[in-house]
Ligand binder design. Structure first.
Ligand SMILES: *Cc1c(COP(=O)(O)O)cnc(C)c1O
Length: 469
């Protein structure tokens, strides 16, 4: 499989190079040159497969030519073997024909484990083969950091530095990062906000001289391997609910547009999906685009669903590329407009096409709490605030009660006690067994000023398993 850039100017790469690439050299994102398409018979024959075997069938075409089948199977069995639920991604029924796909049974209790557990193993496998080492520098507002650290902690050939805004992530989220020890794991608390952290990561990609020749790898969802891993659970859910003979709808709590883009790809690969609903919080750039053809940056609002607090959705560029007939020059132009003017609209027919593909809703904090309370009353289930936004959007946007509606349950509620408390849900939430002593564990973290040079100096001092690069 070959991968091309959404801006049309960077060289095409194979899977192995895309895994290690991050952004393309032209500033674009990598996407498959052509998508595999499965027949209905083929998809139907996968019913009942264990998760890792389904994952092998769905993802095999994407890694073809880079990873032999036997190796890939082994990696997938290991990856999904660490999940604490036997079904890996169980479905829980909320209402008639309304289901939550629980994607929070991985080590860090959010769906990001599905991709980052795999990414860590793929990196180690590939780097071992090539005899290379890499450095990861990632920014997190909460969930990505812990999932990346858990995914990479055993990697022989990866040193990982995660930047989080000092005193601005929840205690559970911070401890999930700072209590994991290893000579290749480095937590840095930046005296600044999340945007400062992200800016430092971006600038580090732009000028990597501080790495003395070591390669820098991305762990945010611009990395294609993350999107690829998320396609699998759409197939998994649909197969449980009578697919592909019957079509299924999905409502997806959305920030960077990575998770729902994977659903769009699943549909293009032959899975009958009826509705794909983009559920956002008050940071609603995607909803404003879907409802009014305005993709315009606005100020960031801190909400009860912090993992969806974004001003721009980086993976949206991948959809725009398809909407524009895969014309890289057109995307480069749009992105230039965005950079200069902070926004754009697309031609009417392209927007109409987008509207056929997606529905959308923005849900504010009050509605989020109402939904948590409502679902608790109806079912006794406690939802996390991100999943609650998905449920609210599913209920508002649903077109047919005959078609199963699946809401992606993106996090465990115990990660977001503030929202659950605000919703007035009396039930005490307990950390799962593997995290029950989280608050007794020792923490390790370095506080650094909001200064790129200081961060880069720290990375080059510790980037070789704690020793200088
Ligand atoms: C990351 C995250 C999201 C948003 O996913 P995107 O792929 O960025 O759209 C939603 N919910 C939770 C809990 C997350 O951690």
């Amino acid at each position: 499989m070959r991968y091309i850039s959404t801006r049309g100017q960077a060289p095409a790469l194979n899977f192995e190079d895309v895994l290690l690439a991050g952004l393309a050299t032209d500033g674009g994102l990598y996407v498959p040159e052509c998508l595999p398409r499965f027949t209905q018979e083929e998809i139907a024959s996968w019913a009942g497969l264990p998760y890792h075997e389904l994952a092998f069938r769905v993802m095999r075409p994407f890694v073809a030519g880079s990873i032999p089948d036997a190796d890939f199977k082994k990696i997938l069995e290991e990856t999904y073997g660490v999940f604490s639920h036997n079904a890996v991604a169980p479905l829980r029924q909320l209402n008639g024909n309304e289901w939550v796909l629980e994607l929070f049974h991985g080590p860090t209790l959010a769906f990001k484990d599905f991709a980052l557990q795999l990414l860590g193993r793929l990196l180690d496998y590939t780097l071992e083969k090539r005899g290379e080492r890499v450095v990861i520098v990632g920014a997190t507002s909460g969930d990505t950091g812990s999932a990346a650290i858990e995914g990479c902690k055993h990697c022989e050939n990866v040193d990982i530095f995660i930047l989080h805004p000092h005193n601005r992530v929840s205690d559970v989220q911070r401890r999930q990062m700072t209590t994991i020890f290893g000579e290749n794991i480095h937590n840095i608390a930046i005296e600044g906000n999340f945007d400062d952290c992200q800016e430092m990561v971006k600038n580090s990609f732009a000028d990597q001289s501080f790495l003395k020749g070591t390669r820098l790898v991305a762990v945010n969802s611009i990395n294609w391997a993350r999107i690829m891993a998320q396609i699998v659970y759409y197939f998994h859910a649909a197969l449980q609910l009578g697919g592909p003979a019957r079509s299924v709808s999905f409502s997806v709590p959305t920030g960077n547009f990575g998770d729902i883009f994977a659903g769009y790809l699943a549909r293009n690969m032959g899975l009958p999906i009826n509705q794909l609903i983009v559920a956002t919080n008050r940071n609603d750039i995607l909803h404003r685009f879907m409802s009014g053809n305005q993709y315009v940056k606005e100020t960031l609002h801190a909400t009860l669903s912090p993992s969806m607090d974004i001003m721009v959705s980086s993976n949206f560029e991948r959809l725009l590329f398809d909407l524009h007939g895969r014309n890289g020059a057109a995307i480069a132009g749009l992105m230039d407009n965005f950079k200069q003017g902070g926004g754009f609209s697309v031609e009417q027919e392209r927007w109409t096409e987008a509207r056929k593909l997606f529905d959308s809703l923005a849900v504010d904090d009050a509605q989020t709490c109402e939904t948590i309370a409502e679902v608790y009353e109806q079912t006794g289930e406690v939802l996390d605030p991100h999943t609650a936004i998905g449920v609210k959007a599913a209920r508002e946007c649903r077109r047919s009660l005959d078609i199963p509606m699946v809401i992606l349950g993106t996090a465990h509620p115990v990660k977001f006690p503030d929202a659950v408390e605000k919703a007035g849900v009396g039930k005490a939430l307990e950390l799962p067994a593997h995290l029950s002593d989280l608050f007794e564990r020792e923490e390790r973290c370095t506080v650094l000023p909001n200064d790129l040079k200081a961060v880069q100096a720290f990375v080059s001092q510790h980037g070789n398993r704690g020793k200088p690069l």
